[in-house]
Design a protein around this ligand. Sequence first.
Ligand SMILES: *Cc1c(COP(=O)(O)O)cnc(C)c1O
Length: 248
Amino acid sequence: MSAQGDRAAGLAAALDAVRGRISRAVTGTGRRPDEVTLVAVTKFFPAADVAHLAALGVTQVGESRDQEAGPKVTELGADLRERLTVHFIGQLQTNKANRVTRYADVVQSVDRDRLVTALDRGAALALEAGERHTPLDVTLQVDLDQGEERGRGGALPEDVPALADQVAATEHLRLRGLMAVAPRGLDDQGTRAAFDRLAALSERMRADHPEAGWLSMGMSGDLEHAVAAGATHLRVGSAILGSRPSHQ
Ligand SMILES: *Cc1c(COP(=O)(O)O)cnc(C)c1O
């Protein structure tokens, strides 16, 4: 087989394994399989891998670094781009907000008021320039770390209601839900408890914003806990694509 053929076969096997894990996790929770959306996190991997995954039925991809994601999305070509939903999931500097609104369908990592303002303005410019045709979907990233290790991105839980109201009041952003990364160093019980905290926060937010039902949580190592806690979006990278050059 060619190198590309090998890669396609490897991705197919890994994707199958992840889909199996998800369906086993869903079984027994009383949830429906179609309530859980797989976002394949392709950061550090080439556009060719995105094309292989799309051929295997993947429709949602996640990227976390603007300098890599912009050119990669362009390289996909219009046909493939049309069929994909691109999620930006990384920490985002305000001065990159304009760029991201040109190629992302969703920004999951919204965590502060200045970023909301910058994304709303960026989306307005992109709409005006014909570079996008729909409002930008956003989720609020929440910091679930109750210890000292803050600073990996994410709003504090107590700041979520005001941030949600701010997004809902914009013209060009659409509030879709919440996102979080489980804090490092927790055991299974601690991870599950962290995801349960996000689910509870989501339920409270939906009292005011019923349209914002997405719950993006769970990655390669902890997707079962996330599904059990009610995740609607899983962001899975290394379990599908292999290990990355540096752990991010
Ligand atoms: C890289 C990344 C992921 C995927 O992590 P894996 O452990 O490789 O599945 C998910 N979410 C965010 C925010 C990421 O940066």
